[in-house]
Design a protein around this ligand. Sequence first.
Ligand code: P5A
Length: 449
Amino acid sequence: MRLSRYFLPVLKETPSEAQIVSHRYMLRAGMIKQASAGIYSWLPLGFKVLRKIEDIVHQEQARAGHIAIQMPTLQSADLWRESGRYDDYGQEMLRMQDRHGRDMLFTPTAEELVTDIFRSHVGSYKDLPLTLYQIQWKFRDEIRPRFGVMRGREFLMKDGYNFDLTKEDALHAYNRHLVSYLRTYERMGLQAIPMRADSGPIGGDDTHEFLVLAETGESEVFYDSQITDLKFGDREIDFDSHAQCQAVLEEFTSRYARTDETHDEALFNQIPEDRRRTARGIEVGQIFYFGTKYSEPMGATVQDSDGNKVPVHMGSHGIGVSRLLGAIIEASHDDKGIIWPEGVTPFHAGIVNLKQGDAEADAACEALYASLTALGLEPLYDDRNERAGGKFATMDLIGLPWRITVGPRGLKNGVVELTSRRTGESEELPPEQAIEKIAAIYSKVLPGA
Ligand code: P5A
């Protein structure tokens, strides 16, 4: 993409309504525009990152054997009356009527709808296990929408639902999701710690939230510092193996880590004092096992091997897809702007032409642009007639991990400058070597590369 032809409405001033750094940078970098309280339009740069996050989620869901569907945002109230949640859900649910006076609602979650799909089409234990998921907009009429995409009213969620014959199988689905989520968040450059939590209106006793530690997080958390040393890394897991998923779950959940809802001071105090941590965290996901809470009242049953009709055991699992942009920025920025992890960056490298209009500099930039594109990478070329200082400030703000700076002086010596956004370190090297280096870095990040 050439910046001269892109739509990147960068703001010079810091918007006064933004209280936390991710919200400020998302507005300043022209990623989002508020449409009304807690509701945002996604501008090109923000939309690009949102799509990258969705891509990672889809890839990791496929790896775990889960199947994508798409359900509507508007639902009939009838199903929610069947489960009993229509009256329970309260004011967070946006309710409306269609022209015939039928009660409708904007989906805050979709346990009922997916259970209805299941009961209409699945009747035998032979069709299990089954996990269906979607990435879809949700609406929750939060009393205090704030911090931009962090606590929106409309927000994008990955929501998945497992259907299993037995409790044991459903607990495997729970464990499998925990493992899959560890991998998913790490690919986004995040450490998200599973913590024992409270299940709220979704229900059930088994639930973990995934929290990214950040001072601006809305949740208070308590944990054993040893937990932050754990990395999932690139281990190969057989997601069908109960034993393997169980082992990973135990490794990542055996140390104390709880949100304030489930915090137990006496247990916490058994950890050696130098390892006790109290901090704040951003909830980027949550997994639930709730057994037959929906399948029983809604009649979602299958025939077991003895021919008996039994309600299926279920759980649901959510990732805050749009919230993740805020969480990633909170975890990765400096005073100049965002620092995107390679896995989610909107463009792989920036090209800054120090002397637009200089025949040699222009040609060198074009050649770099073509080489990166040929490798399947997306460069953002700042080809505007602007001062170098302004170009650098924009690149720093939008946070591309790598910048190639091209100017007539370097070109005389056959070199360009390659700068890491994260460390600020630069090196001069011939253009081909700069390309090779960038290609090598992304070959480890991009799937299939
Ligand atoms: C699991 C999937 C559920 O709704 N039902 C389907 C279950 N879980 S949840 O924890 O309530 O939500 C899942 C994730 O969505 C994100 N989230 C939000 N993001 C932005 N703004 C909001 N107002 C908001 N509310 C929830 C969180 O990341 C949460 O973990």
